[in-house]
Design a protein around this ligand. Structure first.
Ligand SMILES: Nc1ncnc2c1ncn2[C@@H]1O[C@H](COP(=O)(O)OP(=O)(O)OP(=O)(O)O)[C@@H](O)[C@H]1O
Length: 268
């Protein structure tokens, strides 16, 4: 059965002076699917997300989300999407409930509806018990789930998650994965995520795209990609190396530490 496409990019390109960070990317994402962008540090994943969330303007090309062009109608796009950046995006001094209520108000939800939705998402993310505690007392996994709930307050059709599990302990990773899959199941939310974790891409994604130096190196289902590298029992790591000619773990140490530090510093 043919699925409806929710997002298409057409030769989406971003140059920073002479350097091309994203080079004529053309991909399509079906409604209700989880799509992962993989690639080594500097491959252009965050740049791609920033273009699709209208934080950056393309140098050329376009992307269409639910029929709306990011180039022509950035304000309409912002109502259609939710975004969880790599950096912490909740306030550590407020409670989980207060953080969500703030966002509900930002999106102009009437007071009664705002409270209902906050409670609905706290329940969905299994954060009711901690709802009235300051967020700085939350674990990394709880913070991530709260951030995802926050990005959902206006019921966006599409969510962008930039490295949703970086810096989390194994239990945090599992609960975040479980809730990302539930979002797709219960709300039919279309999700584009970036990740360095091959297992994450393999377990969550309907389709995976590999970027290498700003260019699309491969796209397909995890199964198709594993078959395409033609070794018996090939893993997503093998696929990564095959298409990007780099190791998935290159330079991870510093990157992970830096991200964790950013988290700690921001929450005080
Ligand atoms: N504002 C900017 N000015 C100049 N160069 C930039 C800018 N933003 C990104 N770049 C460069 O563009 C390239 C792609 O960066 P990007 O952050 O998109 O990579 P990434 O795949 O998300 O990497 P990571 O896995 O480290 O997050 C990098 O070489 C980066 O240095």
């Amino acid at each position: 059965m043919a699925m409806a496409l929710l997002l298409t990019t057409q030769y989406l390109t971003k140059r920073f002076h002479a350097f091309t960070a994203l080079d004529a990317l053309t991909i399509s994402i079906e409604e209700g699917e989880i799509f992962s962008l993989l690639g080594p540090n500097g491959a252009g994943k965050s740049t791609c997300i920033k273009l699709l969330t209208t934080l950056l303007k393309p140098s050329s090309g376009d992307a269409i989300i639910d029929g709306v062009s990011v180039v022509d109608h950035p304000f309409r796009i912002r109502r259609l999407i939710g975004y969880v950046p790599q950096m912490i995006s909740v306030d550590g001094t407020l409670t989980g409930y207060e953080n969500l209520l703030l966002f509900a108000k930002l999106y102009d939800l009437p007071s009664q509806e705002a409270k209902q939705r906050v409670n609905e998402y706290l329940g969905f993310m299994e954060l009711q018990e901690a709802a009235h505690k300051p967020v700085r007392t939350y674990s990394g996994g709880m913070i991530r789930r709260l951030e995802i709930a926050q990005s959902m307050m206006h019921r966006p059709k599409m969510l962008f998650l930039d490295e949703p599990t970086t810096g989390l302990d194994p239990i945090g990773v599992q609960t975040v994965w479980q809730h990302i899959l539930e979002l797709k199941k219960q709300f039919n939310t279309t999700i584009l995520l970036t990740t360095h974790i091959m297992d994450e891409a393999d377990k969550l994604s309907d389709h995976v795209a590999f970027l290498s130096r700003g260019k699309l190196a491969a796209v397909g289902t995890p199964e198709e990609l594993k078959k395409s590298v033609q070794s018996i029992d090939s893993s997503m790591e093998d696929v990564f190396i095959h298409y990007t000619k780099e190791s998935p773990d290159s330079e991870r140490g510093f990157h992970e530490v830096a991200t964790e530090r950013k988290t700690t510093r921001r929450l005080g």
